[in-house]
Ligand binder design. Structure first.
Ligand SMILES: NC(=O)c1ccc[n+]([C@@H]2O[C@H](COP(=O)([O-])OP(=O)(O)OC[C@H]3O[C@@H](n4cnc5c(N)ncnc54)[C@H](OP(=O)(O)O)[C@@H]3O)[C@@H](O)[C@H]2O)c1
Length: 287
């Protein structure tokens, strides 16, 4: 059994790789920069760019199952190449917003039409986003500045997504399933700050700022914070294209993004992990 992991250096992909190795499976990992991949010994690291399907072709030889990081523009071609190369199963990374009917996902559609065995992973917001949101000021000043202390966020541990992925890659019974993957409960920003402080064993302060101040801070921070500032702070409305009612996708239901889903426990036999546990796993990133 050999699995090709794309997005292998990402938050989810690294955990997929680690879990597959622990299962004794042969792992091939695709990355655009093999030199800086930092993947564990025992992984066959290959160069390839999902934006350039021809570069992925050699990596598909002798592969049984594929963990597919979503690159919309080339997904049709990559999925067809996988089928032609003899891959039997694809597990693709999608998003809970598809379950909520906020938009369609062409990657899911190509995978589902491939004729191969498939499973869609539909995670909600990643706890790892909060690393990018809070870690710079926690590291520098032991403070989080935000305008909504009591805003509940339903976030998921990246390794719970990986755990579901590995079950779907290796075991029977997951063909045709779309799993919505969330944490066990919503957690407010104040609770997140407390959990990070507890993980560090030091006080981390929460400082209320205005929406405008938060926007300026997030834009200056770059990365995820800058990209999400306007949506998270309510300066813009979500602007996705809702699917047509006859598209086979769900009707729009925003509550799907705020209620915990049972899929992690159903698939892995373990409850989804809470934010406090994630904060302990990432304590060093906040130090
Ligand atoms: N963040 C959220 O809250 C959220 C919620 C729902 C769904 N999602 C989905 O999850 C994805 C992020 O997953 P993640 O956090 O595991 O990934 P990540 O940490 O953002 O890393 C993605 C990895 O994919 C690789 N990659 C990116 N473009 C590539 C390309 N063209 N060809 C080959 N490899 C490429 C990169 O590896 P190399 O640089 O080594 O090539 C990178 O390390 C999002 O893009 C979204 O689709 C995210």
């Amino acid at each position: 059994m050999r699995v090709l992991v794309t997005g292998a250096t990402g938050f989810v992909g690294r955990n997929v790789v680690r879990r597959l190795l622990a299962e004794g499976v042969a792992v091939r990992a695709l990355t655009r920069r093999p030199g800086g991949a930092g993947l564990p010994a025992g992984v066959e690291v290959v160069r390839g760019d999902l934006e350039d399907p021809a570069s992925v072709a050699p990596a598909l030889a002798d592969v049984d199952a594929l963990y597919l990081f979503p690159v919309e523009r080339t997904a049709a071609e990559v999925v067809a190449m996988a089928r032609d190369a003899g891959v039997r199963r694809i597990v693709d990374l999608s998003a809970a917003s598809v379950t909520a009917g906020l938009h369609t996902n062409p990657v899911e559609s190509h995978v589902a039409r491939s004729g191969l065995q498939w499973t869609h992973l539909r995670p909600g917001g990643f706890m790892a986003n909060m690393l990018q949101m809070w870690a710079p000021t926690v590291r520098a000043e032991r403070v989080v500045r935000y305008p909504f202390a009591d805003e509940p966020m339903l976030l998921v541990h990246e390794d719970d997504i990986a755990a579901v992925a590995v079950e779907a890659l290796l075991r029977e019974g997951h063909h045709g399933a779309a799993y919505t993957i969330t944490g066990p409960a919503a957690v407010t920003v104040r609770e997140q700050v407390r959990a990070i402080g507890a993980a560090l064993g030091e006080e981390v302060r929460y400082e209320e700022v205005t929406r405008e101040e938060a926007r300026a801070l997030m834009l200056a921070q770059g990365g995820f914070a800058a990209a999400s500032a306007d949506l998270m702070l309510g300066f813009v409305e979500y602007g996705g294209d809702a699917p047509e009612s006859d598209s086979g996708y769900a009707e729009q239901d925003w509550s799907a993004l705020s209620r915990p889903w049972p899929d992690v426990e159903k698939v892995t036999g373990h409850p989804a992990r809470a934010f406090a546990e994630w904060a302990r796993d990432h304590a060093d990133d906040f130090r």
